[in-house]
Design a protein around this ligand. Sequence first.
Ligand SMILES: Nc1ncnc2c1ncn2[C@@H]1O[C@H](COP(=O)(O)OP(=O)(O)O)[C@@H](O)[C@H]1O
Ligand SMILES: [Mg+2]
Length: 229
Amino acid sequence: MLAVEDVHLAYGASIALRGVSLELHKGEVTCLLGRNGVGKTSLLRAIAGQLPIKAGKVVLDGQDLARLPTHGRARAGLALVPQGREVFPRLTVQENLETGFAARRSGRIEEHLYELFPVLKQMLHRKGGDLSGGQQQQLAIARALVTDPTVLLLDEPTEGIQPNIVDQIGEVVAGLARTGRMAILLVEQYLDFAFRHADQILVMDRGRIVLAGAANEIDPEEVRRLVAV
Ligand SMILES: Nc1ncnc2c1ncn2[C@@H]1O[C@H](COP(=O)(O)OP(=O)(O)O)[C@@H](O)[C@H]1O
Ligand SMILES: [Mg+2]
């Protein structure tokens, strides 16, 4: 349903993506792995329309998103949970969630969001900056879900988060995929997490996808070798 076709991206003279192609499918979790600096964040931001691409295509349900700006892509069904979460520290949890409305497709914050993240309901009136890292990550994911996306992009959602919350996030992501309503692309550092939750695994190196396959078919040792620092 989402196809990235031969995408090239550069920051001035510095080339970040050298012809990336991939496909995401509804109901599936795709994990994107790779060492620091190989272009993972650039790829997600290019898909979300936050960075202009030099060449290639991003096609959602047959529609070329090329000229659609970020907010147009959100309306088309794309949502990005950025690396580092980017929760607004001085806004309350509720206000942070409401910022998702700017790009909303459904009308209000649905109760099921609080079922996914009960802790947010208890903390609705607390400031974003007062939450723990794990709670902020849950808030960042919930804020993306407010837009009712069909493609959810998550950039290192488990970075710097304590293990029990990592598990919770994994369960939520897997649960979202199981609804069959969205395709999920998740950048991940932990191989265990990737192999536990992914249907498809992609490994990037220096601006290219160098290994791709079904999680139950791909060679874990080869993946490990490519992401080892
Ligand atoms: N805003 C930027 N300006 C210039 N170069 C950048 C910028 N953002 C990222 N880069 C460079 O692009 C490459 C890919 O970065 P990034 O996509 O953040 O990688 P990853 O997410 O895999 O760590 C790196 O070499 C990085 O230094
Ligand atoms: Mg990154």
